[in-house]
Ligand binder design. Structure first.
Ligand code: BTN
Length: 240
């Protein structure tokens, strides 16, 4: 049961995410890709680097799983991006940073934004999955590009097709077999595991040792404050 992708490409859009969120005809597998964006959005309303030659796409999913498992999807998307990057640069030190950043050499190469949309209250909500990957350029020294690691120009559409193929396999595994094997895969490739971290959750900051990802895809850490295990469902992670 693989996803049937229906890909729409545009030379330029304000944001693929915004464009897909506004659609009335959502269906699972609908992909909106732009070769450049004017106002790409990141998590928490941040901006995303919009240079031509990079990958900007959003796709719709309607997963037949309980909403409390949606965090698993976000980790699965990160895993698909990691596998696709490794396909181009097998020796590059690619890691996953919870919840859904992909880094190379400690520098962000890809960002993922997932938002939900209910079209009809009788039906399961859609997830709108937005992915940006710095394929041929990066905004500055703090970010990585795949071109630098693969030592060649990266064809955007080939990368897109490989990424959608990789995600389709992972998603099928999630739906048919569950999350456990994927959770382990994610952890093998995870950044910060076992390390002392801080998580910014809105205005609050919690620090502690990152010990695990739970069966919903949430982060588990032993808090400095009370030495107790805490589960975090969203936030930004920093090394401290
Ligand atoms: C983040 O790391 O904050 C998430 C960045 C997500 C950027 C992508 S680019 C394609 C899609 N369209 C958008 O406007 N945002 C996402």
């Amino acid at each position: 049961m693989s996803i049937r992708w229906s890909i729409e490409t545009h030379n330029i859009l304000s944001s693929t995410q915004r464009s897909l969120l506004e659609r009335k005809d959502l269906s699972e597998g609908l992909v909106v890709q732009a070769y450049s964006q004017q106002a790409g959005r990141g998590r928490y309303g941040r901006e995303w680097f919009n240079a031509e030659g990079n990958l900007f796409l959003s796709f719709a999913l309607q997963p037949a799983i309980e909403p409390e498992r949606f965090g698993q999807i976000s980790l699965c998307v990160g895993l698909a991006v990691l596998r696709t990057i490794k396909d181009y640069a097998s020796t590059a030190p690619v890691v996953l940073k919870w919840p859904n950043d992909v880094l190379v050499d400690d520098k962000k190469i890809s960002g993922i934004l997932i938002e939900s949309k209910t079209v009809d209250h009788k039906d399961a909500p859609f997830l709108i999955v937005g992915i940006g990957v710095n394929l041929n350029s990066a905004p500055d020294e703090q970010f990585a590009s795949l071109k630098d690691r693969a030592h060649k120009d990266i064809d955007v559409d080939s990368f897109r097709d490989k990424l959608l193929g990789a995600f389709s396999i992972i998603y099928n595994q999630l739906i048919t077999e569950g999350f456990e094997a994927l959770r382990k895969q994610w952890l093998i490739n995870s950044y910060h595991k076992g390390q002392h971290i801080a998580v910014k959750i809105g205005e609050k900051k919690v620090s502690g040792q990152f010990v695990d990802i739970d069966r919903f895809g949430y982060l588990r850490l032993i808090c400095d404050e009370d030495n107790k295990m805490k589960t975090v469902s969203s936030g930004d992670v920093f090394l401290v």
